[in-house]
Design a protein around this ligand. Structure first.
Ligand code: BGP
Length: 470
């Protein structure tokens, strides 16, 4: 691996910070969402309900534990740490006249702490949250005005942290808005009964793409050294058989992966985008100048999440797997307790697909396995399944880099410290190298401890990915 390879870990504000209403923070869309365990549908409220337990309101209280947590990241040798800024700490309602100084100061403190250890912050502007007030007052991303508020927020944080943060990402898993049947996390959208959902989702996605492009342009003006990336959920899908028709349906399945990449990397809606627009059956209303905005706001690199793959066929699939990104079961692959198929070779394939298409540096900003961990009587936590998953995926990255000559900037496994699940709201779907003592009901001391994978990953980083053994 390149000696500057960015080894690290990833989290998101609404899943770890807690302190949901502290120091002037306003309510976000994540704050009114209630997670169920496996199989239980998530509930969205109009406002925060009294006497209701929201796991994310405390999260793992990173807000008050960040020094301890960053010290542990440093102990593992992290070169970078991917995190997000909560928009509602900076603009509690989104349309406030002035930013909230206490919120800005919190991230100054976090960045200073990271830089003290030589850890490069990698910062997502929008990770599945936005001010709830923008949803209620303006109809969320349906409304073009929200673009202005988002760009203002981006400019404020770019300006404030221009000497502390070099790596940025605009929207987390931006393409999930076209995959999810109810893109609340992604865009604060729940479609009304009489609403043309196809039009709304395409228009909201367009507004996010415009906000992303304007933010990239503004960021480069504020600091030309900024590296600003897009962030895609990469749901790799294979044709189930060698029936050529399976190849066609599989290409259709992959359209959302390339729709956003084409706009954010190439700077225009391609034929691939048009095919998906046709399939969704809606329309986009463009304003004069939008094409130029998209052309001028292309990203510097491609960040993406990769967790699993699935298969697609013209024949009906017997068994479906995945999360919001669903597909058919692949008999060659094992599956996690949460129904995600483990496919490390698919990561190598993904890296090749993206690099072939875009020829831009790639950054794997999420990957990992959610699992139930057991704390032994002596306090140790043995997680060989996590080590095995990550080892094989790193081998996949090495295959892409060393054999296929793909340009990969870094790797930040998801949930490097245990946090609240985005998909199910659980604490017990754990990804971390660092265990946090808290259960699904909110019991626990919040004490941090090192899992076996902590020591393993430390060695992986120290040897720049050479030593992957236990
Ligand atoms: C991605 C999200 C993350 C994260 C991860 C794991 O889609 O960007 O926020 O949570 O998935 O998903 P889950 O938390 O549902 O296990």
């Amino acid at each position: 691996m390149n000696k500057n390879f960015l080894w690290g870990g990833a989290t998101a504000a609404n899943q770890c910070e807690g302190a949901w209403n502290v120091d002037g923070k306003g309510p976000s869309i994540a704050d009114v969402e209630l997670g169920g365990k496996r199989g239980t549908p998530r509930v969205i409220h109009d406002s925060v309900q009294p006497d209701t337990y929201y796991p994310s309101h405390e999260g793992i209280d990173f807000y008050h534990h960040y020094k301890e947590d960053i010290a542990l990241f440093a102990e593992m040798g992290f070169k970078c740490y991917r995190m997000s800024i909560a928009w509602t700490r900076i603009f509690p309602n989104g349309d406030d006249a002035e930013p909230n100084e206490a919120g800005l100061q919190f991230y100054d403190d976090v960045f200073d702490e990271l830089l003290k250890y030589g850890i490069e912050p990698v910062v997502t502007l929008h990770h599945y949250e936005m001010p709830l007030a923008l949803v209620k007052k303006y109809g969320s991303w349906r409304n073009r005005k929200v673009v202005d508020f988002a760009v203002r927020y981006a400019k404020v944080v770019f300006e404030r942290y221009k000497n502390k943060v070099k790596y940025w990402l605009t929207f987390n898993e931006i393409n999930a808005i076209l995959i999810s049947p109810r893109p609340w996390h992604q865009a604060g959208l729940v479609y009304g009964p009489d609403e043309n959902a196809a039009d709304t989702k395409l228009q909201a996605a367009h507004h996010q793409l415009i906000a992303s492009a304007l933010s990239v342009k503004a960021g480069h003006e504020i600091n030309p050294d900024f590296k600003i990336g897009c962030m895609l959920i990469y749901h790799l899908s294979y044709p189930y058989t060698c029936n050529p028709e399976d190849q066609i349906v599989n290409r259709e399945k992959m359209l959302p992966q390339f729709y956003f990449g084409d706009v954010q990397v190439r700077g225009y809606y391609s034929n691939t985008c048009q095919r998906l627009i046709d399939k969704i059956g809606g329309k986009i209303v463009m304003e004069p100048g939008d094409e130029e905005i998209l052309r001028e706001g292309v990203v510097d690199y491609i960040g993406f999440s990769y967790y699993f793959s699935s298969v697609e066929s013209v024949e009906p699939m017997k068994e479906m797997v995945g999360n919001i990104a669903k597909g058919g079961r692949n008999p060659y692959l094992q599956i996690t307790d949460w129904g995600w198929q483990i496919d490390p070779t698919g990561l190598r394939t993904t890296l090749n697909q993206l690099y072939d298409r875009y020829q831009k540096p790639l950054f794997i900003v999420e990957n990992g396995v959610g699992a139930v961990d057991t704390v032994e009587e002596d306090g140790s936590i043995h997680d060989p399944y996590r080590i095995e998953y990550l080892r094989k995926h790193i081998q996949g990255i090495k295959g892409a880099v060393e054999i296929d000559h793909v340009d990969v900037m870094g790797y930040t496994p998801w949930g490097c410290i245990d946090l609240v699940s985005a998909g199910t709201g659980e604490m017990e779907k754990r990804y971390g190298f660092i265990y946090v003592d808290k259960d699904n009901k909110g019991n626990g001391t919040l004490a941090r401890s090192r899992k076996d994978s902590f020591f393993w990953y430390k060695k992986v980083i120290a040897t720049n990915g050479e030593d992957l053994e236990d």
